[in-house]
Design a protein around this ligand. Structure first.
Ligand SMILES: [Zn+2]
Ligand SMILES: [Zn+2]
Length: 549
């Protein structure tokens, strides 16, 4: 049989998050990225979601390396969970290593895993694969993609990217290298689809620089700026603008403090030694000479900006005329909490500026024109979109066909699909590999499934009613009944509500007693009570009837 390359996505296709891709040839497998996904509303109580590692675990002898494109959570967050099960070397850029090392520490894996630093142009040979890292522009420094030479041809994996002609930290997407490899011949292009529905060209970070410099130089008041803790280039812009206007900077929020500290240490952030001030000094500095950089741009419940908006921050009270800049975009799912923070901050008298008003944020992913530039540079024979929901993957496929990929050679892959590529053929197999959502809640990994989530959803809708029924079988006598309810009705109506349920239970037993055969069953009693409550108040709480005999 002819040897074939298997391309198997385990995450990020048909969803935004938990990106992970396996390339397998003969007895060697390499993984690209291993991210987490943040839970959606229906994932009640879930902390994070990771990819399904069962196939990798079963084939762990084959797995030889993990290549990371960049340090965002949806690309590195799942690593500790995978490395706990399978210990393989990781290859990544310097900044990504800093972020990964923090994670490994948290999970007690610090000295147990090898993390190798690679830079643009470096080639790593793993069995039949030669993986070359190339730089891309994205919303975190040191981001890249991979050109992977395999026995069936070159594969290009873009990672997350945009094309920025004026990047703040000189991080360009290496189109020259992509053109070069395109001329050599590329078998398969796997490209970021996040913004495959957005026409035109994503704006440059330069625009944000101009806006932030303008806002910071014009303000006569205290400025509080909130952004993603990993958006190092944005933090650099804020630092430059503050220093230019003689403002001191106070950095606050755990992830912001950690990332700024690490980025300074590794040389990514340039900041004068006396610019940063401590907690003690923050309230002694003239408001016009202060910039606070903090977490909370996504409305996270415990983050600094959220606590300020609620008026419960330990040291900073929002004052009238404070200028607050949200240099970010709400990630889908966070829109409501972000809007709620903005409303609260306005009510406290602050002057809030967010991305609908001014260019205080630009996106980090390529729009249609940039995707086309990459398609035309790489000129792949085969194409599959990665990193996107279904609609993004379909639109990206259409675009690739428009840009020259043959119709039968453009694929929409889903998690668990197997794309087999030989020297002269490619085929999307009919069978799939298991790739479920693995939910993490507290210490539990994978001990929650869809059924548990259905129960949690039910519980969260109309509450719970528990009825403890004391029944004497011998005398056919109903003794005491106690009702407890949670989340069904407010306190001053609760006695009345419980009494009605007790009446209903008594009627039910009286009816039973008048019949010849008594068949008392907790489920039937529960159903009867549910029916009564639904008729009475049109609610469907979870009802548990417990018979005490
Ligand atoms: Zn990213
Ligand atoms: Zn991403």
């Amino acid at each position: 049989m002819m040897e074939q390359l298997k391309v198997i996505p385990f995450g990020g296709l048909g969803e935004i998050g938990k990106n992970m891709m396996l390339l397998e040839y003969d007895n060697t497998g390499i993984v690209i990225d291993c991210g987490i996904m943040f839970p959606r509303e229906e994932h009640v109580g879930v902390d994070v979601i990771i990819p399904d590692f069962r196939y990798l675990k079963k084939n762990q002898k084959k797995l030889k390396a993990i290549f990371i494109t960049h340090g965002h959570e949806d690309h590195i967050g799942g690593l500790p969970y995978l490395l706990k099960q399978i210990n393989v070397p990781v290859y990544c850029s310097k900044l990504a290593k800093g972020l990964i090392t923090n994670k490994l520490k948290e999970h007690g894996l610090k000295n147990k895993v090898t993390v190798n630093v690679i830079g643009a142009g470096d080639i790593t040979q793993v069995g039949p694969f030669k993986a070359e890292f190339f730089s891309v522009a994205h919303s975190i420094p040191d981001a890249g993609g991979y050109i992977i030479n395999t026995p069936v041809g070159n594969i290009v994996h873009t990672g997350d990217f945009k094309i920025d002609d004026n990047p703040i930290m000189q991080q360009f997407t290496d189109l020259d290298r992509l053109k070069e490899v395109g001329n050599e011949g590329v078998r398969l292009l796997l490209a970021d689809s996040t913004y495959a529905e957005i026409p035109g060209h994503t704006q440059s970070e330069k625009i944000v620089e101009e806006t932030l410099h303008k806002l910071i130089s014009q303000s006569k008041n205290r400025i509080i700026l909130s952004t993603f803790a990993s958006l190092i280039s944005r933090i650099q812009i804020a630092i430059d603008a503050a220093e230019k206007n003689d403002r001191k900077i106070f950095v606050t929020g755990t992830s912001m403090v950690n990332n700024v500290g690490m980025a300074r240490q590794l040389g990514y952030l340039k900041i004068k030694a006396d610019t940063i001030i401590s907690k003690k000094e923050v309230n002694n500095i003239k408001p016009s000479k202060l910039l606070i950089i903090c977490t909370g741009s996504q409305g996270e419940p415990n983050a600094v900006l959220t606590r300020m908006a609620k008026g419960i921050h330990q040291i900073i009270d929002i004052k009238k005329d404070d200028t607050i800049i949200l240099s970010s975009n709400p990630v889908p799912g966070n829109e409501m909490s972000v809007a709620s923070n903005i409303n609260k901050l306005f009510r406290l008298g602050a002057n809030v500026i967010y991305n609908k008003m001014e260019n205080v944020h630009v996106r980090g992913h390529a729009a249609i024109d940039e995707l086309s530039i990459v398609h035309k540079a790489v000129k792949p024979e085969l194409f599959a979109g990665i990193h996107g929901e279904m609609r993004h993957l379909f639109l990206h496929k259409k675009l690739a066909i428009k840009n020259g990929v043959k119709k039968d050679n453009a694929f929409v892959l889903e998690n668990g699909d197997i794309l087999e590529i030989t020297k002269d053929k490619s085929i999307l197999l009919k069978n799939k590999i298991d790739s479920d959502y693995i939910f993490i809640d507290g210490k539990g990994i994978g001990d929650i499934d869809e059924e548990v989530l259905i129960d949690r959803n039910e519980l969260s809708k109309d509450g719970v009613v528990v009825c403890r029924i004391n029944y004497n079988y011998k005398n056919k006598e109903l003794k005491e009944t106690n009702i407890f309810s949670f989340g069904v009705i407010k306190d001053d109506l609760i006695d009345d509500f419980h009494n009605k349920i007790i009446d209903n239970i008594e009627n039910y037993f009286n009816k039973l007693n008048s019949e010849r055969f008594i068949d008392i069953d907790e489920d039937k009693i529960s159903d009867n009570i549910s029916l009564f409550i639904s008729k009475d108040i049109r609610r469907r709480p979870l009802v548990l009837a417990l018979l005490v005999k």
